[in-house]
Design a protein around this ligand. Structure first.
Ligand SMILES: Nc1nc2c(ncn2[C@@H]2O[C@H](COP(=O)(O)OP(=O)(O)O)[C@@H](O)[C@H]2O)c(=O)[nH]1
Ligand SMILES: [Mg+2]
Length: 375
């Protein structure tokens, strides 16, 4: 079988003309595949043209850039993309041995499929599907947190967590669960609890032999076809759920905006696909170019089809690269002895203050009671 991810230079021209460049519609592009309007003129750059220009950029760099970026990820070690700030040395930073990227999204949005595509593009895996997806004949849902080390290299500087999909009819509980992952960290095989729903399976308790990881970056996975439908028919429940997740304070506290991954674009026509992207980016208040990646995850079996799509492969690799860049900006300086002493003293002061507050409350109640008896 031809290596699906190595593309010769001649492929570049072919690529530009092929169906892979789904966004090239006659309204905006001439027969040679060039923009009809002058994109160097800033006044022509509407959000739509910017999104199209971004797709053109991905197609332009996809063939040559994929290997380079893939190599960067394979040789990545946690903290490699950290940049010195504030005069602090790297060894004084609290950098975890493995950077953790968390995938979150509504059930069925394509998180597990995205993991499988990642194995195909980065791990160059064989035929085995690594994360179980739901399908036409199964309503399987990921019930336990799953750690995936997609790049099987010695360095293995990052891992990706597949999570249970959120239920848009139970968003409060679902968001509470995400907040808990963000504040207390995540553990491989940790059951996902949700009010009134059993996790099933034999493993009800987390296995403490696994290492707990602090989440460094969140990727929100969303089904573009459902987003398009929601805007079309005016039932905004799915996009409201997405917005609540995207702007969850506990996620914002950990890093910038999450990276938005739009799946299922292949089920829409070019106009719907671009419009859906523009609308959701505007709704979430993010850039239509750098805020989101359009990544159809068609690889249920864990391999890319023979007529593989280099633009998708590159977009996925760049999204992970961006997540690592973002993660390496979140590390904090290590706590020194002085910091521990200050924390300890603050804790003692808090305990003393609480004790006196309870005493004050007790005596005020007592005094109140005594006055009542006198009367
Ligand atoms: N056509 C299409 N199907 C997809 C895409 N991503 C996921 N699916 C399908 O959507 C269903 C749900 O995907 P899954 O990965 O299990 O969603 P999860 O619940 O978020 O993990 C599966 O049948 C996938 O094959 C996509 O980009 N395009
Ligand atoms: Mg899943």
């Amino acid at each position: 079988m031809r290596n699906q991810l190595s593309f010769s230079d001649e492929d570049q021209d072919e690529l530009q003309k092929s169906a892979i460049c789904w966004w090239k519609r006659p309204e905006e592009f001439d027969e040679n595949g060039h923009f009809k309007i002058d994109i160097s003129n800033f006044s022509n750059l509407t959000p739509r043209i910017k999104a199209l220009r971004e797709m053109e950029r991905l197609a332009f760099v996809a063939v040559e850039g994929l290997e380079d970026l893939r190599h960067k990820l394979i040789s990545y070690r946690s903290g490699d993309f950290w940049l010195p700030v504030g005069g602090i040395k790297k060894e004084d930073m609290d950098i975890p041995p493995v950077v953790t990227i968390l995938l979150a999204g509504i059930s069925g949005s394509g998180k597990s499929s995205f993991i499988n595509l990642m194995y195909s593009v980065l791990g160059r895996s064989g035929l085995i599907p690594f994360a179980q997806t739901s399908g036409e004949y199964s309503n399987y849902t990921t019930m336990f947190l799953e750690e995936h080390n997609v790049v099987r290299s010695q360095r293995s500087g990052f891992c990706v967590y597949d999570t249970r999909g959120l239920d848009q009819n139970q968003m409060t509980e679902s968001l509470d669960e995400v907040s808990t992952w963000m504040s207390t960290g995540v553990l491989h095989n940790q059951p996902c609890y949700r009010f009134g729903v059993e996790t099933g399976g034999s493993m009800e308790q987390s296995d403490s032999r696994y290492v707990k990881r602090k989440v460094n970056c969140v990727m929100v996975v969303a089904d573009l076809s459902k987003i398009h439908k929601a805007f079309e028919c005016g039932d905004l429940k799915p996009v409201e759920a997405l917005r609540d997740l995207f702007h969850l304070p506990s996620i914002k506290y950990c890093n910038d905006n999450p990276i938005l991954i739009l799946t299922h674009g292949d089920t829409l026509n070019a106009k719907e696909r671009i419009n859906g992207r523009l609308k959701i980016c505007e709704y979430l208040g993010i850039s239509e170019t750098t805020g989101a990646y359009d990544i159809p995850c068609l690889t249920e079996q864990g391999i890319l089809p023979e007529e593989s799509d280099p633009v998708t492969a590159f977009a996925l690799t760049e999204a992970i690269y961006r997540a690592l860049l973002q993660s390496d900006r979140t590390h904090l300086p290590k706590k020194k002895l002085k910091d521990w002493i200050v924390s300890f003293l603050s804790w003692i002061m808090l305990c003393i203050a609480s004790f006196f507050a309870i005493l004050a409350h007790f005596f005020s109640q007592f005094g109140h009671h005594k006055n009542k008896l006198k009367l």
